[in-house]
Design a protein. Structure first.
Length: 202
């Protein structure tokens, strides 16, 4: 027999479940809005991690171009931040790279970051590297800690080259790559028990 009480109870729990899943599934660090674009070579940003966390998804926003594959790389610098242009460095390890990725959604990854790591995030769309630029040295938040993002890049397009000869230009616009941290598997929905009171006109 159909029970309106059980139906409403399960519906309410499912709504709360999916809201909670979306809330804990991922956290996208804030980035400034696009202010201009650049096409040719890949750009991005570097920062110093204020705490331990995991990068679990990466995504190139579609403000600069709504089509084209994604090219994204994440590196950890091993001798301090990259030098100011025209200086460059190859003192880094590549933690993640995807080239000419046709995904139209955030790309999963599993990158462990420890407090004090100097991390570079780079990315652009299409095979000729269309970059979305944001404002100079924006301050974002990672797990409640303020973090400054500094412009960085290389003089090659990531669609055909791995990261190399990386430089910094801290007084110029950053390349915008969405970074999602601390993604969790949604909890499993189990059996529902207990009573539920539904009040008319509430």
């Amino acid at each position: 027999m159909f029970s309106i009480k059980k139906f409403l109870k399960r519906t309410l729990v499912l709504i709360l479940f999916f809201q909670a899943s979306n809330a804990i599934a991922q956290t996208q660090i804030w980035l400034p809005a696009q202010i201009t674009t650049f096409t040719s070579w890949v750009r991005g940003y570097y920062f110093t991690a204020p705490t331990n966390f995991t990068i679990c998804q990466l995504y190139i926003p579609t403000d600069a171009t709504t089509s084209g594959p994604q090219n994204i790389a994440v590196v950890k610098f091993t001798a301090g931040p990259p030098p100011a242009w025209p200086g460059t460095t190859n003192s880094f390890v590549t933690l993640f790279i995807t080239q000419n990725n046709p995904s139209a959604t955030p790309i999963p990854c599993n990158i462990t970051v420890n407090a004090g790591d100097v991390i570079g995030v780079y990315g652009a769309r299409t095979n000729n590297c269309v970059n979305s630029y944001g404002t100079i040295t924006p301050v974002t938040t990672i797990l409640g800690n303020n973090v400054t993002l500094y412009r960085s890049g290389m003089q090659n397009c990531l669609s055909g080259f791995v990261m190399q000869n990386i430089w910094a230009e801290v007084g110029y616009d950053i390349g915008r790559i969405y970074m999602y941290i601390n993604c969790c598997q949604p909890p499993t929905l189990g059996n529902i028990s207990g009573s539920l009171t539904v009040c008319p006109n509430s």
